[in-house]
Design a protein around this ligand. Structure first.
Ligand SMILES: *Cc1c(COP(=O)(O)O)cnc(C)c1O
Length: 419
C-alpha cells in the first residue's frame, strides 16, 4: 500500500491528496494508483521471465477499460468470463490472442462472439459445454482452441465461497476423468485441443496448495502427451492472496520460485490469471461520514458508501483497513462502520477501533481495487460511485458517477398502465 501514504497529515494516492479528489468529484468514489497497478503487473512479468508466459488479468476483479488498457500497454491480456467482459477487453484494445475464456455457463452466443473475435483459448468445464462449443464452431466454419479445466481436488485453505478446486466444487472436470474428457474432445472435429487449465481458489496465502495442484496437473500433462495430445498452453490460474489485514501472502517471485521447475520442465507456454493480487491494494473507496450514533451496546458511524458499493464485508465477512483522510489523534472508539442501505447486513466494518470521526470527515476503505466496483449494484436506487485513476500529480475520472437518468435507463411504463 506504499502508493497510499500520509503526507503532512493528509492521505495521498501517489502525489494527489484524496481530499482534493473528494472536493472535486464528491463522495463516495473509488480511486486507483496507476503506479501501483503497473508495478504489480511488472512484478509478475519479472517473476516469470524465465518461461514464455502471458499474464491474463482476471478482469472480473476490476473491469474498467482504463485499467485494462494500462495492463494491455504493459503486455498483459485478460481472463474473461462473459460476452460483456469480452466486449470490454476488445474496446480496451487487448489483443484477442491474449484472451482466455473461463466460466461454467458459457452460452453458445457468448462462444460465437469469442470465436469470431479469435481468442487464444476456451477453458472448458464440462462435456456438454465442449459439445456446445464444437457445434458453435461448426456453424461458423471455425475451429475452437480449447483447454480443459481440471479440478485437482486440493484444499486452498481460503474462504469457502472463493474455494474452487475441491471435488464438491461446481468448477472444472475431476482430474480422474480428465483423460476421457480429452478423448471426447479429440473426437470433435471443430475442437482443437491446445492446453490445460486449473484454478483452485482465491486469496491464497500459502504456496503449498499451488505446488500440490500443479504437481498433479504436471503428471496429467505427461499422461496426455503420451497419448499424443498437444498441450501447448498451461494455464495455472490465479488466486494469489493480498494483505487486507495481517495476512502475509507470497509475492509473485516467491510463487515463481516454488513452481518454476515444474513449469520449465513442461516446455509449455504458461498462462497466469491473477486478479486480486494485481489490483486490490492499488485501490481504495473513499467515503464520507454522515452521522454517528450510539446505542447501549454499539457505536455506529454511518457513511455514504454501503454494501451496494463494496459488498465484500457483507458477502464474505471480509476485512478492509480504514484510514481517515486527515490524520487525527482523537481517542479511539470501537465502532461499526455502516452504510445507508436498509439492511442489517450493510456494514463496511464491525467492531473496529477508529479515532473519533465527525460528520463531513472522510475515510478511505483500503484494498478496494479488486472485487469492489465490479461487484457493486444499484440496490436502494443508489448511483454507483465514480472511478478515479491517479497518475503522479494528476487524476482522471475513468468512470463518471451514475446519474438519475442512468438509473432509469431502459425502463418504461407499459401503455396499459397509462390508460
Ligand atoms: C476469479 C478467477 C481468477 C482470479 O482469481 P484471483 O484470486 O482474483 O487471482 C482466475 N481464474 C479464474 C478461472 C477465476 O475464476
Amino acid at each position: 500500500m506504499q502508493d497510499f501514504q500520509y503526507k503532512n497529515g493528509s492521505l495521498y494516492c501517489e502525489n494527489v491528496s484524496l481530499s482534493r479528489i473528494a472536493e472535486k468529484v464528491g463522495t463516495p468514489f473509488f480511486v486507483y494508483s496507476h503506479q501501483a497497478l503497473r508495478q504489480q503487473l511488472r512484478a509478475y512479468h519479472e517473476a516469470f521471465s524465465d518461461v514464455p508466459h502471458l499474464v491474463a488479468f482476471a478482469m472480473k476483479a476490476n473491469a474498467n477499460i482504463a485499467v485494462l488498457k494500462l495492463f494491455s500497454n504493459e503486455g498483459g491480456g485478460a481472463d474473461i468470463v462473459s460476452a460483456g467482459e469480452l466486449h470490454r477487453a476488445l474496446v480496451a484494445g487487448i489483443d484477442p490472442q491474449k484472451l482466455v475464456f473461463a466460466g461454467v455457463g458459457k452460452t453458445k452466443r457468448e462462444m460465437a462472439a469469442a470465436l469470431k473475435a479469435g481468442i487464444l483459448m476456451f477453458n472448458i468445464e464440462s462435456s456438454q459445454e465442449l459439445t456446445a462449443l464444437d457445434e458453435t464452431a461448426k456453424e461458423l466454419g471455425l475451429k475452437a482452441p480449447v483447454a480443459l479445466r481440471v479440478n485437482p481436488n486440493v484444499d486452498p485453505k481460503t474462504h469457502p465461497y472463493i474455494s474452487t478446486g475441491l471435488k464438491k466444487s461446481k468448477f472444472g472436470i475431476e482430474i480422474t476423468r480428465a483423460v476421457s474428457e480429452y478423448q471426447l474432445a479429440a473426437k470433435l472435429l471443430n475442437i482443437d485441443v491446445v492446453g490445460i487449465h486449473s484454478h483452485i481458489g482465491s486469496q491464497l496465502t500459502e504456496v503449498q496448495p499451488f505446488v500440490d495442484a500443479l504437481a498433479l496437473v504436471s503428471e496429467l500433462i505427461e499422461v496426455l502427451r503420451a497419448k499424443n495430445f498437444n498441450i501447448l498452453h498451461w494455464d495455472i490460474g490465479g488466486g494469489l492472496g493480498i494483505t487486507y489485514d495481517k495476512e502475509n501472502p507470497p509475492l509473485p517471485n516467491e510463487l515463481a520460485k516454488a513452481i518454476l521447475p515444474l513449469l520449465k520442465k513442461s516446455g509449455c507456454h504458461i498462462i497466469l490469471e491473477p486478479g486480486r493480487s494485481l489490483t486490490a491494494n492499488a485501490g481504495a473507496l473513499v467515503t464520507q461520514v454522515i452521522y454517528s450514533k450510539e446505542s447501549d451496546v454499539k457505536n455506529f458511524i454511518v457513511v455514504d458508501a454501503g454494501m451496494n458499493d463494496l459488498p465484500r464485508p457483507s458477502l464474505y465477512q471480509a476485512y478492509h483497513a480504514m484510514l481517515p483522510l486527515v490524520e487525527n489523534h482523537r481517542p479511539e472508539k470501537v465502532v461499526d462502520v455502516v452504510g445507508p442501505i436498509c439492511e442489517s447486513g450493510d456494514f463496511l466494518a464491525q467492531d473496529r477501533a477508529l479515532p473519533q470521526l465527525l460528520p463531513g470527515e472522510c475515510l478511505a476503505v483500503m484494498s478496494a481495487g479488486a472485487y469492489a466496483f465490479t461487484m457493486s449494484s444499484n440496490y436502494n436506487a443508489r448511483s454507483r460511485p465514480p472511478e478515479i485513476l491517479v497518475h503522479g500529480d494528476l487524476f482522471d475520472v475513468i468512470r463518471e458517477r451514475e446519474t438519475m437518468e442512468d438509473l432509469l435507463r431502459g425502463e418504461k411504463i407499459p401503455d396499459f398502465l397509462l390508460r
